[in-house]
Design a protein around this ligand. Structure first.
Ligand SMILES: O=C(O)Cc1ccc(OCc2ccccc2)cc1
Ligand SMILES: [Zn+2]
Length: 263
């Protein structure tokens, strides 16, 4: 069992951009976060993350992004607090990026684009027993979004970057152990925006409490260039397509309020 994007990536064109028809899609993601329209919620607590690097299992190319997957059969990797009432378990993290450093993120802040965005995907283990169940429920998932900027080299990321050439093609998997996803979080995780949205890849279900960090992390130009050396296509396909611009177009807010944990 894998908690991943496979269930849908094989059927879909990797570069769908148009908003797929989602019945009653009034809480779709990603969105532009308009800072001056976000509402301070003093009830929002600090995020509490507990991650165990030893539960890291594999890294693989699913034809849309690359996923680092964790053993989510126990409560070893949890996310609590923030806007959440329940305990959520990390099942995987992945990124979205552009073909140049000028764009690539899914969310924007006052229309500002970042070269990439990290998503740490967690599911509600208090209410559901499997990720696949939780993904269909309106309080099933909590995804932490972290913006990436190009700057100094991210030492913790390098182990992951070094593994990418071994999973260049779609559906390639390699064992990947001992990686602390906490090293990818910004120093300050108390300042974030949160809103109710959806998966940004099919099935686009409206099951996500988004928690978007205000503070970004920095990675080097060269590290990001290795992301772009991945391919959307599998080894046997004759035309190879580089894995870039794997982000969804922004979706209408439809009257939602974005709350902030800070002023
Ligand atoms: O892009 C994001 O981070 C949101 C997102 C989170 C989880 C996700 O999983 C897709 C999936 C759905 C059902 C079964 C297996 C995998 C798809 C998208
Ligand atoms: Zn994502």
């Amino acid at each position: 069992r894998r908690c991943n994007l496979t269930a849908c990536s094989s059927k879909m064109h990797p570069m769908w951009q148009g908003p797929l028809a989602v019945p009653g899609g009034d809480r779709q993601s990603p969105i532009d976060i308009v800072v001056r329209k976000s509402v301070l919620d003093t009830e929002l607590k600090p995020l509490k993350t507990t991650y165990d690097p030893k539960t890291c299992q594999q890294i693989w190319n699913n034809g849309y992004s690359f996923l680092v997957e964790y053993d989510d059969t126990t409560d070893k990797n949890t996310l609590k607090g923030g806007p959440l009432q329940d305990t959520f378990r990390l099942c995987q993290f992945h990124f979205h990026w552009g073909e140049t450093n000028d764009w690539g993120s899914e969310h924007t802040v006052d229309r500002r684009l970042f070269p990439a965005e990290l998503h740490l995907v967690h599911w509600n283990a208090d209410r559901y027993s499997l990720f696949e169940e939780a993904v269909m429920e309106d309080n099933g998932l909590a995804v932490i979004g972290v913006f990436l900027k190009v700057g100094k080299r991210h030492e913790g990321l390098q182990k992951l970057v070094d593994a990418l050439p071994t999973i260049r093609h779609k559906d390639s998997v390699v064992e990947f152990t001992c990686f602390d996803p906490g090293c990818l979080l910004p120093a300050n995780t108390d300042d974030y925006w949160t809103y109710h949205g959806s998966l940004t890849t099919p099935p686009l279900t409206e099951s996500v409490t988004w928690i978007v960090m205000k503070q970004h992390i920095e990675v080097s130009h060269d590290q990001l260039a290795v992301f772009r050396s991945l391919l959307f296509t599998s080894a046997e396909e004759e035309v190879q397509k580089s894995m870039v611009n794997n982000f969804r177009v922004q979706q209408p807010l439809r009257g939602r309020t974005v709350r902030s944990s800070f002023t």
